[in-house]
Write a protein that binds this ligand. Structure first.
Ligand SMILES: NC(=O)c1ccc[n+]([C@@H]2O[C@H](COP(=O)([O-])OP(=O)(O)OC[C@H]3O[C@@H](n4cnc5c(N)ncnc54)[C@H](O)[C@@H]3O)[C@@H](O)[C@H]2O)c1
Ligand SMILES: CC(=O)N[C@H]1[C@@H](OP(=O)(O)OP(=O)(O)OC[C@H]2O[C@@H](n3ccc(=O)[nH]c3=O)[C@H](O)[C@@H]2O)O[C@H](CO)[C@@H](O)[C@@H]1O
Length: 384
């Protein structure tokens, strides 16, 4: 063998044998590390509440595995990370492991639990359009209830028994008293299938706790989440015509819609329009981080329910006025008929979360409007 042949042979061996060997070893070490790290599994992680919560989880040093079937989130294609999560990575400078998985797919879910060491699940994945749930109740029961039940079975199979669940103030129905405490009757007053799915999943989790005392469950009942991350990089991106007030106002401000239809002006409220407890999405997100700390306390047992709200109510007209101030835009509106299923006023007593989770909302209505406008004006068509 000539010297030249020997040199070529050596270079080729390094290129084809030694380097791939190092790469393989490195990958194996990384996969092993990943499976050793205790992670929080976030279902529906690409959505509005999920993406903002992941920012706070990462900022608090948690490792996150996100799953989502992209039914209400945007990705370039099925194999890409959702746009919301790519932006979360920019905001936090940290990476997120993502799987495009449907929570009704037991096998796929099981694989994730096999590959990673999951400490706790935060369960956001659900369909959430009230009107659509009235039209297609079976789709909602299958996705939200059967999907949740499948998730809980897989958790049980893998001995992961801690979960924080996204519930809603909608389970209280028409308030019998205000502010609404966690003791307010729930379930009976749900006016639509979506609301019932939230209530039924709460009940399933309580039954699971009764059957097995190792389970630890926190049910978070959100009031009205609005706003966006202060960076303006992530926010609420509803598909089609927004059902909720804040994204509708924002789309009027940015010129995508002509005017806000104010649903009802004859309620028994100070200005006749509906009153709600709007909560900044970042406050809501930190509520989940606090819930995680709570669930990990050694003496935590069974389940607990917490309202996440500010305790203050604002009317539709007050919201329009505040948004107009923050955006410096005129927001046209028209008073119209009441929307079926709406209540006059709803706001939280959030003192239990303050006392037991050491959590309280810190952002006010101006922050909510300002941050929504920052997101909407920088992303007039959302993530696309
Ligand atoms: N946003 C609110 O006003 C509000 C209020 C009360 C409760 N909640 C609850 O909070 C949770 C999150 O709400 P959001 O506003 O972020 O909604 P969202 O639609 O933005 O996020 C939900 C995510 O779950 C995903 N998803 C739906 N079904 C799935 C399935 N079968 N498998 C995997 N992924 C699935 C969607 O693609 C979406 O990305 C929901 O459970 C919702 O019911 C929301
Ligand atoms: C009956 C109903 O749909 N309730 C859902 C709605 O709550 P909720 O009705 O509280 O929230 P919305 O943002 O839809 O409405 C807030 C207030 O604004 C008014 N409004 C809303 C939109 C609009 O275009 N014009 C207008 O005037 C409503 O009448 C209400 O008084 O969203 C929540 C978060 O997704 C769900 O958990 C609730 O189940």
């Amino acid at each position: 063998m000539t010297r030249l042949q020997l040199a070529i042979y050596t270079i080729l061996s390094i290129y084809y044998v030694v380097l791939p060997g190092f790469w393989l070893l490195n990958t194996l070490i990384q996969v092993k590390d990943m499976s050793q790290t205790e992670s929080i599994l976030v279902t529906g992680g690409a959505g509005y509440v999920g993406s903002h919560t992941i920012v706070e989880l990462l900022n608090h040093g948690h490792s996150v595995i996100a799953i989502d079937n992209l039914v209400n989130a945007y990705a370039l294609n099925d194999n890409h990370k959702p746009e919301s999560l790519k932006r979360v990575e920019i905001i936090t400078g940290k990476s997120i492991t993502f799987y495009n998985i449907d929570i009704t797919n037991r096998k796929a879910l099981s694989n994730v639990f096999q590959m990673h060491k999951i400490q706790c699940v935060i369960h956001f994945a659900a369909l959430k359009a009230v009107g659509e749930s009235v039209q297609m109740p079976l789709m909602y029961y299958q996705n939200n209830i059967a999907g949740s039940s499948t998730l809980f079975q897989v958790m049980q199979d893998h001995n992961v028994k801690k979960i924080v669940f996204s519930s809603s103030a909608t389970v209280y129905g028409t308030p019998q008293f205000l502010p609404i405490t966690e003791e307010h009757p729930a379930g009976q007053g749900c006016t639509n299938p979506y609301g019932r799915t939230k209530f039924f999943v709460e009940e399933i989790l309580k039954d699971v706790c009764i059957s097995d005392p190792e389970w630890r469950v926190i049910l978070l009942r959100y009031f009205n989440p609005v706003g966006a991350h202060e960076s303006g990089l992530i926010g609420e991106d509803p598909s089609g015509i927004p059902n909720n007030l804040m994204p509708y106002i924002a789309q009027v401000a940015v010129g995508r819609r002509e005017k806000v239809n104010v649903f009802g002006s004859d309620y028994e409220t100070p200005d006749g329009t509906g009153v709600r407890d709007y909560i900044h999405i970042t406050d809501l997100a930190t509520g989940h981080v606090q819930a995680l700390s709570k669930i990990n306390e050694p003496n935590f047992k069974g389940w607990e329910v917490y309202n996440l709200g500010t305790g203050k109510g604002y009317s539709v007209l007050e919201m329009i006025k505040a948004f107009s101030k923050s955006s410096q835009k005129e927001i046209k509106y028209e008073l119209s008929e009441r929307r079926e299923g709406d209540v006059a006023a709803s706001y939280a007593d959030a003192s239990k979360a303050k006392k037991e989770l050491n959590w309280t909302a810190t952002k006010d209505i101006d922050d909510m409007c300002f941050d929504t406008w920052k997101w909407q004006s920088a992303n007039p068509n959302g993530y696309q």
